[in-house]
Design a protein around this ligand. Structure first.
Ligand code: ZN
Length: 189
């Protein structure tokens, strides 16, 4: 990611690149992942003393490069004012497609896997995972997915996962769509 700080008074900029293995998004109850990612990329204001004498700067993150697999962590756990860990079970809109924009190019991504946290508390619960079947192509109408729950593996579909995991989705894995002519199923990861 590239972080840019811009002085609100004189416009002086400084940029810094930082590596991430995943991005942590604030949960937007009822919102889509696309919206939460947009919120993450919005400019925020911070106090910074610039040489010009100004003390307000804007800070903004943009994608410097687009990953093959984008891992998004939704902040479903937070501390209360009394330092109790609580779980947010608000539903989100889960869609299969995600558009990621960067300075160089835009990338379309498809949901490939979801890790869900089941349980209402912050200190308890159970993790399950849904993943696209390895033999399924991104546009396969059969849309076969597998649900992993400890040793129990059951068949599912992407459409069912998006509906079923709205309140529990915790980590999302999006796979970048490649152009048809470059498509190599064995090397797509
Ligand atoms: Zn300035």
């Amino acid at each position: 990611m590239q972080n840019t700080r811009t002085c609100k008074s004189c416009g002086a900029q400084s940029t810094r690149q930082e590596d991430f293995s995943n991005l942590s998004l604030n949960l937007a109850p009822g919102g889509s992942v696309q919206q939460m990612l947009q919120d993450y990329l919005m400019e925020t204001e911070l106090d910074f003393h610039c040489e010009c004498g100004g003390n307000k700067s804007g800070q903004q993150s943009t994608f410097a490069t687009l990953p093959k697999v984008l891992m998004l962590h939704l902040k479903r756990f937070q501390f209360t004012p009394f330092l109790q860990l609580e779980k947010l079970s608000d539903p989100i809109d889960l869609y299969r497609e995600l558009l990621v924009t960067s300075a160089q190019a835009d990338g379309w991504y498809s949901l490939a896997s979801v890790i869900s946290h089941l349980g209402s508390g912050g200190n308890e619960g159970h993790y399950v995972s849904d993943g696209m079947h390895p033999d399924t192509q991104l546009d396969d109408p059969a849309d076969l997915w597998l649900a992993f729950n400890d040793t129990k593996v059951t068949e599912s579909t992407g459409a069912a996962v998006c509906k079923q995991r709205q309140r529990t989705a915790y980590v999302l894995f999006y796979q970048r769509r490649v152009r048809e002519q470059d498509y190599q199923p064995d090397t797509r990861l």
